[in-house]
Design a binder for this molecule. Structure first.
Ligand SMILES: Cc1ncc(COP(=O)(O)O)c(C=O)c1O
Length: 371
């Protein structure tokens, strides 16, 4: 059967998601109290306003959703100061990545990306038959100068996760400006800003400015992270109308369901929930970093809602230790984190949780360290 698949499909390593709570409960015979810190979801849960709107909208499930997402698109466009025609919604921002591959990447086109970043860039490029050009991170950050150096006349697209997943680092406005000055007009730049709402660093770029300048950029954002709606699947892309109309041509009808539209609209206006989420994340980050420092666990300073820890790095105290043992040790105690090995990268990504989740993590972590 696999022989029937296109050659480039056979070579793809499928996406591996963070383990669901129920699966860990089954696997380890755990009864409850499992904490998922594996997929950078909002530990505070969904916006209460979104939950309320969902309850009120439940009676319309017999009808197809509005394929244009009229009300949600209008509200989002107003919030962003753009037109609805510069916006496309998707079943999660990964669906828009899929649209990008379908609409823009020809067989043999080059796609430039960091060698350690959101794995879907690699997968969608391979599905389209594109050629991945992987640029090593520099100090765990996207090396934009090297990415610009890598552009050839076969380059079609450049993917930049900012903040980068899984390292949590950002590229500054100045770096992006310097990079954009070197990108020719026949190359599309995708800024994936799934975690941008968590970033408080004033040097973070306002990439909408490149849209206003008429550049070929697509900015991706999502309701899965700070808005707490990962389970409903809702993301969006921002770009000039010409690019958006190409993306719309490859979209399948009704991929954004009624509940996602209703909840998304309500969550968008829930400023209180967003502020509380940022504050919880800040406090959690400070707490975890202090604890990691005490334990002697190395980590990469983060701008996002997760921390890339390095159990195998030269360290103090009872560390270093093997990263698989580190993450499995936590898993057995009901704490799900992500070990994401690739080439020379051996870090474990841990989502910042609530105060009590973070405390439990530290307790479990101390038990996991070699005695
Ligand atoms: C950088 C990045 N982009 C996109 C996504 C996908 O988000 P969505 O749930 O909107 O598909 C993720 C999810 O982890 C991510 O880390």
């Amino acid at each position: 059967m696999t022989q029937l698949a296109r050659a480039n499909i056979a070579e793809i390593e499928p996406y591996i998601p963070g383990k669901p709570i129920d699966e860990v409960a089954r696997e380890f015979g755990l009864k409850g109290g499992i904490i998922k810190l594996a997929s950078n979801e909002n530990p505070l849960g969904p916006s209460p306003l979104a939950v309320k709107a969902l309850e009120n909208g439940i009676n319309n499930l017999n009808l197809y959703p509005d394929d244009s997402c009229y009300y949600l698109a209008r509200a989002l466009a107003a919030k962003l100061g753009i037109s609805s025609q510069e916006l496309i919604l998707g079943n999660g921002s990964v669906e828009i990545l899929d649209f990008i591959a379908k609409a823009f990447i020809n067989h043999g086109d080059e796609a430039v990306m960091s060698d350690y970043t959101f794995v879907m860039y690699k997968i969608i490029t391979a599905i389209a038959g594109g050629i991945r050009k992987a640029i090593p991170l520099k100090d765990f950050r996207n090396n934009l100068d090297a990415m610009a150096d890598a552009i050839t006349n076969r380059t079609k697209v450049i993917f930049i996760a900012n903040p980068n997943n899984p390292t949590g680092t950002i590229n500054t406005a100045e770096e992006v400006k310097r990079f954009m000055a070197r990108v020719p007009d026949n190359v599309l730049v995708v800024f994936d800003e799934a975690y941008r709402e968590y970033v408080l660093n004033p040097d973070f770029p306002d990439t909408l400015q490149y849209l206003k300048d008429g550049r070929n950029v697509i900015i991706l954002r999502t309701f899965s992270k700070i808005y707490g709606l990962a389970g409903l699947r809702l993301g969006y892309g921002i770009a000039k109308t010409g690019l958006i109309s190409a993306l719309r041509k490859v979209h399948l009808p009704f991929s954004i369901n009624c509940s996602a539209q209703t909840a998304g609209l309500a969550a968008l206006g829930d400023v209180k929930h967003i502020e509380k989420s940022v504050e919880t994340n800040e406090k959690g980050r400070d707490f975890l970093c202090r604890q990691f420092d005490k334990i002697g666990l190395s980590y990469v300073p983060t701008a996002a809602n997760f921390i890339f820890t390095l159990p195998m790095a030269k360290s103090r105290g009872k560390l270093p230790m093997d990263a698989t043992k580190f993450s499995d040790g936590l898993l057995k105690q009901g704490i799900i984190v992500r070990y994401l090995p690739e080439q020379d990268y051996h870090g474990v990504r841990i989502t910042i949780g609530t105060k009590s989740q973070n405390q439990k993590l530290i307790k479990a972590l101390k038990k996991t360290l070699p005695h």
